[in-house]
Design a protein around this ligand. Structure first.
Ligand code: AKB
Length: 345
């Protein structure tokens, strides 16, 4: 009898780190985690971990022989900045990797006669506002507006949303037998800020990098301009959203893909919040034009009314609470005693 499990790919990443902890605490299914990297020490023992490439098909063939995959949280991806340096690799991991997992979920759904739940994190990177004036005029975009991504990562995420719809609604529609398809659900994440991990390879990373640098007493040169504004979210809200959508009754959902929002800040406003907590912070603005242009193409805010209406989405952390109740206290603890001559309020 195969053990029923929940699979998390990209488990050693930022969202993966927070999600594995929450799923382990819920204790519903045994967790199978997959990542190219080993799990960090504080996650070890919470799952059966496989240090594998998601493109390794023989690995997946062996896995489904041993486990009944009930739910999938497919987080593995190359983020927007890193993907621009290696676009072909990003396509392989972000699209071909997702295709392999969708096919596995479709086959498992058919085999067990019940949909496998497939949770997919998309991104505000699927949006592409052509210029600042348009970005200000369409300041709160809805899911179907301005889907013109300017990065390989954004193209990958938008296409994978469409693949999810295909596998949920049309997969093998010409097949003779009745197919039980998978249950694909997706949230489009804004820039995420965690107190416990520092991001790599993203274009929205400057928010996290700025505060983690200030807490360690390190100078930080922000790679976007002071006035650049995009939506952000505290990591606990990001995990809440994924789990809340996963738990929503299928019949209450009219969409597969949802915007979720929490708060929007300019890079200058983030600097002000960081300096209020760490008065000695040394923060400058030295825009990297390529990364600046990527972030500038993203919306100032998102219309998440569908998520709020259909499955009760409601962020717990606005900008103020994110900094005062979540980031500052936890980051102070993380770097206590290690910071170079800083003190925070
Ligand atoms: C990135 O910056 O690439 C990600 C994202 C906004 O999806 N954090």
């Amino acid at each position: 009898m195969r053990k029923k499990v929940t699979l998390i790919t990209g488990a050693a990443g930022e969202v993966g780190h927070a999600l594995v902890k929450r799923l382990a605490a819920e204790g519903q299914n045994h967790l199978i985690t997959v990542d190219l990297s080993p799990l960090p020490a504080d996650l070890q023992g919470l799952s059966t971990h496989f240090q594998e490439d998601i493109l390794n098909q023989p690995f997946w063939d062996r896995l489904v022989a041993d486990y009944e995959i009930d739910k999938i949280f497919h987080l593995a991806a190359l983020l927007s900045t890193r993907a621009e340096y290696t676009p072909e690799t990003a396509h392989r991991v972000n699209v071909n990797g997702t295709m392999r997992l969708l096919k596995l979920a479709a086959e498992q759904s058919q085999w067990r006669g019940k949909p496998v739940l497939f949770m997919f994190p998309s991104s505000i990177a699927v949006y592409g506002l052509p210029d600042l004036e348009t970005k200000q005029r369409y300041s709160r975009v809805r899911e179907w507006e301005w889907n013109y991504p300017s990065t390989m990562y954004g193209c990958n995420k938008l296409y994978c949303e469409m693949l999810g719809r295909y596998f949920t609604q049309h997969y093998r529609q010409l097949s003779v037998e009745k197919t039980v398809t998978l249950d694909f659900r997706c949230v489009r994440y804004p820039g995420l800020i965690s107190a416990f991990t520092v991001p790599t390879g993203g274009t929205s990373d400057y928010a996290s990098e700025m505060i983690h640098a200030a807490a360690q007493g390190k100078p930080y040169a922000c790679f976007v301009r002071e006035g650049l504004t995009i939506p952000f979210m505290a990591m606990p809200d990001a995990v809440d959203a994924m789990l809340q959508l996963a738990a929503a009754p299928r019949e209450s959902l009219n969409h597969l893909v949802y915007n979720i929002g929490a708060f929007s800040l300019s890079a200058g406003q983030i600097r002000d919040l960081v300096c209020r907590a760490f008065p000695a912070a040394q923060i400058t603005f030295e825009p990297d034009l390529k990364r600046q242009n990527i972030a500038e193409s993203w919306p100032m805010d998102v219309d998440d009314s569908a998520a709020r209406r259909e499955w009760g989405w409601q962020p717990k952390f606005d900008a103020q609470r994110t900094f005062t109740e979540y980031l500052i206290p936890n980051i102070q603890k993380r770097y206590a005693g290690k910071a170079q001559g800083t003190r925070s309020r």
